[in-house]
Design a protein around this ligand. Structure first.
Ligand code: VG1
Ligand code: CO
Length: 548
């Protein structure tokens, strides 16, 4: 098999965003586009992480979305041509993002390539994505993604070999030039890891007692994981996992586990004789939504509840050294950390910023408002893990999820929370909105909007306490005297125009008011947020596209 070097011109738009390179499928389908990004990744590694892929082990998988099969074969040929020693590929090209992270760690691989656009919709008109993970199993940190981008802007050729397509849907071992390709079971190692973390006996008892659970895999990657773990290993009733077959277009749905896109699950949970507990995860299986009977549990509250109940889980028997949340995530977990007397770190949006804190042992639990939570067992957020964490708590406490939530608010107070997304905005207008807010920062303290007075305002910049790296321009924070906060930032995962995210939260200590609906409790703050940023005048929208 001859290695060929194919000349190519740089694509100007290959800068990875919050989580890898994400574009429309039509963009990825341009001749040489995948090749240019994969080659740039390989080329950048010697400089970015001190060593190249030659002779190393890499992991390859993804959420099985449209175009993933082609991209996987392309990547395999390029791995062979670039001297990779061993490639572990999930059967069918499938690996949930957390399972890929677990596999990298278990096999001490050099890194991994994940083919996914996560919660973004799939299909020929949908999105595709490629993400590189490093040896700790986590997303490449910013200095690596920036190096990949730099190399992509100077690329002149990519290396590949001519080889027949490998049958990825069967376990097996193949040799391509000096590369050994192993097609592995995508679920087995991950399921074994989960058994080490949680009290499976106790959860089995819960199901034996008649506890009814519904897990909506949204026709994305977690179906096979859910069937194996919840039904086979834990004894949940057959059919507990619904929409469990991964489909390239996710059945035409948007694989984003929120009340809007997982409406069927929420409806089932609100029915009078609904299941006791419900959950869903996203395209690549790193997000989770949890729903009690009659109540959706917000991701920021969920993180706080996991922190407060961590000792019920064997993995956390000795407690938590510290916790972390992304900046826009509500401060509910900070209250738990304060009560436990442990550190709470505030990081920029995106999982790559938790890696160094986890590696250094400063934290064992972290999460984001966008429905991601995880721990030091891997270096990605983990949907099925979060659901098992809840099941472990429910099995130990034997109270309804709704009661655990209400009890949590009684103890710590409630942080009402919502995110307003304004999607598909003209990019220049959205950028101008943020620029104007930045320019206004010095004048904001003391100004009043409705019932709210600004106490302080800044643009979030983060200095990693472990490696000292600095990430600036991570969102505008506005704090109010009345215990409320608004954050404005632009999405780094969208593929069409710009998305403005406005994150709203308000603390309510009085249990008498905890049952109020979040949209009611936050309406005055939402109005203040729209007025402060002059959203309608700046981007021409009077209402958000989505509220989650
Ligand atoms: C969004 C979320 C962020 C998350 C990222 C990747 O990023 O806000 O919290 O880490 O998606 O999630 P942004 O830049 O669009 O706000 V996933 O499940 O799509 O990998
Ligand atoms: Co995801």
């Amino acid at each position: 098999m001859d290695i060929t070097s194919v000349p190519i011109k740089p694509f100007p738009d290959q800068r990875p965003g919050t989580s890898g390179l994400r574009k429309k499928v039509s963009v990825f389908r341009q001749p040489g586009y995948v090749e240019a990004f994969v080659q740039s990744t390989f080329d950048a590694l010697p400089e970015a992480v001190g060593d190249g892929v030659a002779g190393k082990t890499l992991v390859l998988g993804g959420d099985g979305r449209f175009f993933a099969a082609e991209a996987a074969q392309t990547t395999i040929c390029m791995a062979a041509a670039n001297g990779v020693g061993r490639l572990l590929v999930g059967r069918g090209g499938l690996l949930s993002t957390p399972a890929a992270s677990a596999l990298i760690r278990k096999h001490r691989a050099f890194g991994g390539i994940i083919l996914s656009a996560s919660h973004n919709p799939g299909g020929p008109d949908g999105d595709f994505g490629i993400k590189y993970n490093v040896a700790n199993g986590g997303p490449a940190p910013e200095r690596v993604t920036e190096a990949i981008f730099r190399y992509s802007q100077q690329i002149a050729a990519y290396r590949t070999i001519e080889a027949p397509s490998l049958p990825l849907d069967r376990l097996g071992i193949y040799q391509l030039a000096r590369l050994t390709v192993e097609i592995v079971d995508p679920v087995a190692d991950y399921a074994a890891l989960m058994e080490k973390i949680f009290d499976f006996d106790r959860i089995r008892d819960l199901f034996r007692s008649g506890f009814r659970f519904r897990f909506d895999a949204m026709h994305a990657v977690t179906g096979p994981y859910a069937v194996e773990i919840f039904e086979r290993r834990l004894g949940a009733a057959p059919g507990t996992a619904v929409n469990a077959e991964p489909l390239p277009d996710f059945g035409g749905h948007h694989p984003d586990p929120n009340p809007l896109h997982a409406a069927a699950l929420v409806a089932a949970m609100m029915a009078p004789n609904g299941p006791d507990f419900g959950a869903a995860s996203d395209g690549d299986g790193d997000r989770n939504m949890v729903v009690g009977r009659g109540c959706v549990i917000g991701p920021s509250d969920s993180l706080a509840i996991l922190a407060a109940n961590a000792r019920l889980v064997p993995w956390f028997e000795e407690g938590l050294p510290g916790v972390a949340r992304s900046m826009p995530t509500s401060r509910a977990v900070d209250r738990v950390a304060a009560a436990l007397g442990i550190d709470c770190y505030e990081t920029p949006t995106g999982w790559k910023y938790f890696g160094s804190l986890l590696d250094a042992g400063r934290i064992k639990l972290c999460g984001e408002e966008s429905a991601g939570t995880s721990s030091d067992h891997i270096r990605e957020k983990d949907g099925v893990w979060a659901v098992l964490f809840w099941l472990n708590i429910l099995a130990a406490r034997r109270e309804p999820a709704a009661a655990i939530l209400a009890d949590h608010w009684r103890r710590f107070g409630r942080d009402f929370y919502a995110r307003h997304d304004y999607e598909v905005l003209a990019s220049d207008r959205a950028a101008r909105l943020i620029d104007r807010l930045r320019d206004a920062l010095p004048t904001l303290p003391g100004r009043r909007f409705g019932a709210f007075t600004i106490a302080r305002a800044d643009e979030f910049a983060y200095t990693d306490p472990v490696d000292g790296s600095i990430s600036a321009g991570q969102g505008i924070r506005v704090e109010f005297v009345e215990g409320a906060r608004i954050v404005y930032r632009l999405s780094g995962t969208g593929t069409e125009g710009a998305t403005l995210r406005v994150y709203l939260e308000r603390f309510e200590p009085d249990p008498v008011r905890h049952a109020v609906a979040a949209e009611v409790a936050l309406a005055p703050l939402a109005a203040a947020g729209a007025a402060l940023a002059e959203i309608e005048a700046m981007v021409g929208r009077s209402q958000p596209s989505v509220i989650v």
